[in-house]
Write a protein that binds this ligand. Structure first.
Ligand code: ADP
Ligand code: MG
Length: 450
């Protein structure tokens, strides 16, 4: 549980691995005293550093995970040794409060907050929500598998957990297993590594002897052959026994290019539902819901400010609100619009509202490859320049739908057949599975959309 909290801090704030390993991983929970959570750091400097830099994050993540706010105190391990033991009954009480939640969560490994009740329905997720609810009401009957896809932080995991909670609520004897595809892969690897039949049998029993299987972020098994193979058999075993399978991914099955074809077609057997970015009304509704769930009371103007400026990702939307609340608690400041502007200035970047035009693509690609725009437009023919140039052609087609001719004009009056060729070349390389090109393009796309 503590590890999960630390990981959520890393993920929500995109900490580097080094920072995470150096500062967060060594932190241990010492004890809870009333509403104070004491955490130890290995030595004095670490305690000070964490105190200055990560205390707000800890506060937010702990509140989120425990469903209750705790004041965070960071002490060194030496100081902890010197602390008086608590009165006999206090530690029991303190430990008893959060314990049931922890137990429940570990049992099903579901987030208790991710339920249908807390899920806000908007135009971006209406269909996915309806499909998920239908599946929850009659698992294994109608839509099998249910395949949910959409970008990061849009509610796939929340919806999957909601289905699992719902099914368990209707029938607690149902065996519901939720795993990420990474966990599935790791467990498979472990049982293969163990090298005996027992471990493989145990693995298969675990995954086949259930009523509902939820596999989150299935895109991570792309390219992992033995995992795909095993998952294929798991899928068949469950499906033919009318057991419900729910899969999430960041893209639809047809775009999972290097996924084994037979698995890809299985994913298309049931129902496919996408979740897209929330519109303004939905963003407002989500913020209001969170305000209500957490018992905050925040000025409408501030809520509107967040909803207007953070558009693409619900996790960021919530993160912004959490950050405001945490700071206002720590520094005893009132949340108002000027505080919001100040605190959220790193999250809300001015170019978030930037429209992606061919010119913007040109600038971002040049910057990404560390070359100049005039190089891209110019006549050089070395690979360091030609590849970025073709990437511009490709992205202009993909993102902006600009006609070849217009792209040619932008790129120093090149002929439209040159653009068709360049664009085609990138497509071919992507199809041929050029990992590094794909990676670069993914990063550029991210830069363009943020
Ligand atoms: P994904 O799995 O698609 O990356 P998550 O399910 O983890 O996204 O959602 C990110 C955060 O946004 C979670 O805290 C989740 O509760 C919240 N969230 C997403 N969609 C909704 C929604 N429709 N209503 C309320 N909260 C939502
Ligand atoms: Mg997820």
């Amino acid at each position: 549980k503590w590890d999960k909290i630390l990981e959520s801090i890393r993920d929500d704030n995109e900490l580097s691995n080094v920072a995470f390993k150096t500062w967060l991983l060594p932190l241990k929970v010492f004890r809870i005293e009333g509403n104070i959570l004491k955490i130890t750091a290995p030595f004095e400097q670490a305690a000070t550093y964490v105190e200055n830099k990560y205390k707000t994050f800890l506060y937010v993540a702990v509140a989120e995970a425990m469903g209750e706010e705790y004041e965070i105190r960071i002490i060194t391990e030496d100081e902890a040794l010197k602390e008086k033991p608590l009165e006999p009954e206090t530690p029991k009480k303190a430990a008893a409060a959060p314990a049931p939640k922890v137990a429940e969560e570990q049992k099903t490994n579901l987030n208790p907050r991710y339920t249908f009740d807390t899920f806000v329905i908007g135009s971006n997720n209406r269909f996915a929500h309806a499909a998920a609810l239908a599946v929850a009401e009659s698992p294994g009957k109608e839509y099998n598998p249910l395949f949910l896809y959409g970008g990061v932080g849009l509610g796939k995991t929340h919806l999957m957990h909601s289905v699992a909670h719902y099914i368990l609520q209707q029938d607690p004897t149902k065996k519901v297993l939720y795993v990420t595809s990474e966990v599935f892969t790791n467990e498979l690897i472990d049982s293969i590594r163990n090298g005996n039949n027992n471990s493989m049998t145990a693995f298969r029993e675990k995954y086949r002897n259930i009523d509902v299987l939820l596999i989150d972020d299935v895109q991570f098994i792309i390219g992992k052959e033995s995992t795909q193979e095993e998952f294929f058999h798991t899928f068949n075993a469950l499906h033919s026994a009318n057991k419900q399978i729910i899969i999430s991914s960041d893209r639809p099955p047809k775009d999972m290019e290097t996924l084994e074809a037979r698995l890809q077609s299985r994913f298309e057997w049931g129902l496919i539902a996408d979740i897209s970015s929330p519109d303004y009304e939905t963003r407002m509704a989500i913020l209001r819901k969170k305000e209500e769930l957490d018992g905050y009371n925040i000025d409408d103007e501030v809520i509107r400010y967040i909803a207007t400026n953070i558009k693409s990702n619900i996790r960021e939307l919530e993160g912004a609100l959490n950050k405001l609340v945490a700071l206002s608690n720590l520094e005893k400041r009132e949340i108002n619009i000027s505080m919001a502007e100040e605190v959220l200035k790193d999250i809300i970047s001015p170019n978030q509202k930037r429209e992606v035009t061919p010119q913007v693509i040109l600038d971002v690609v040049a910057e990404h490859y560390g070359i100049s725009v005039s190089d891209i437009i110019g006549g050089k023919r070395n690979a360091e320049i030609v590849t970025p140039r073709q990437v511009v052609m490709y992205l202009c087609r993909e993102i902006t739908d600009t006609p070849y001719k217009a792209i040619g004009i932008l790129l120093g009056n090149r002929d439209h057949s040159t653009i068709i060729n360049g664009d085609g070349k990138v497509r071919k390389q992507l199809q041929a599975n050029d990992g590094s090109l794909k990676n670069n393009i993914d990063i550029i796309r991210k830069k363009l959309s943020s």
